[in-house]
Design a protein around this ligand. Structure first.
Ligand code: OAD
Length: 243
């Protein structure tokens, strides 16, 4: 394992700007289900159309609310794992470090990366479905869907299917990807756009691209190196090798 890491460690040591880009796989070892894995992925068990779209919320707001309340509880009960901790350790030792995540679980923040760019929002916040006013935190217990001052219903601050990513967050992520000397893609199936474009943006702009994933993805052929396996093993190994 260590020999394999030598050239990667050299790149990391020399790099002044590093981007880590994460997906659901990095939180899998914390017990949070991913989306697209057969059997265990959320989209193998639930329909995105019925739970994660504006149409679904219009049709049955309580069903959507209850599903996110359940998922949020899973996130609150989970703990950041060795992969999240390693990302945080890498951030501290890098001059220009950007963490871009598709995850909404808040585990990176709890591991210390409070400035993570959340491309798909956060499960912990609420905003009005009608007037978009931010609505603070979820009530405890979540109960009935909360209503906004305007009479609209509150929804989680998550980007749903058919919605645009927050423009400022996406722009900052694209800028970081295009300036990165090393770009590390961790635990994402590289299927959901525009997020999935980011490692390719980095590669086109000269970054050394590392993929960490137990399985091959559409990024694997383009990446300079694929570390096949779990984030909770490879990322701490990289940080240890950096010394
Ligand atoms: P996916 O479920 O599509 O992919 C998870 C990836 O993690 C797969 O490629 C797995 O092989 C990999 N994986 C599993 N365990 C791992 C481990 N221990 N270490 C490293 N990798 C591991 O999740 P995402 O790519 O994040 O959107 O999905 C992207 C978006 O699709 C999500 O943000 C979500 C979903 O619909 C929204 O919520 C808007």
């Amino acid at each position: 394992m260590t020999d394999r890491l030598d050239p990667i460690v050299e790149r990391l040591r020399a790099a002044q700007s590093i981007v880590v880009f994460t997906g659901a796989g990095i939180s899998a070892e914390s017990g949070i289900p991913t989306f697209r894995e057969a059997q265990t992925g959320l989209w193998a068990r639930f329909s995105p159309e019925q739970l994660a779209s504006p149409g679904a919320f219009r049709e049955d707001p309580q069903r959507v609310w209850d599903w996110y309340a359940w998922r949020r509880q899973l996130c609150l009960e989970a703990e950041p794992n060795a992969g999240h901790q390693a990302v945080s350790a890498l951030a501290v030792r890098t001059q220009a470090f950007t963490l871009i995540t598709q995850n909404v679980d808040g585990l990176h923040q709890r591991a210390g990366n409070t400035d993570a760019l959340e491309l798909h929002g956060s499960i912990h916040g609420l905003r009005c479905f009608e007037c978009e006013r931010p609505g603070g935190n979820w009530p405890e217990p979540p109960g009935q869907v909360v209503t906004c001052e305007c009479g609209g219903l509150m929804r989680p601050t998550i980007v749903w299917f058919g919605e645009s990513l927050p423009v400022d967050v996406l722009q900052r992520a694209e800028a970081a990807a295009s300036q990165a000397e090393v770009f590390i893609s961790v635990g994402t199936s590289s299927q959901v756009y525009p997020a999935a474009e980011l490692p390719f943006v980095a590669k086109r702009n000269g970054a050394y691209v590392i993929e960490v994933n137990p399985h091959e993805t559409p990024l694997s052929r383009t990446a300079d190196v694929c570390l096949q396996g779990a984030a909770g093993e490879w990322l701490p190994a990289l940080v240890r090798a950096l010394g």
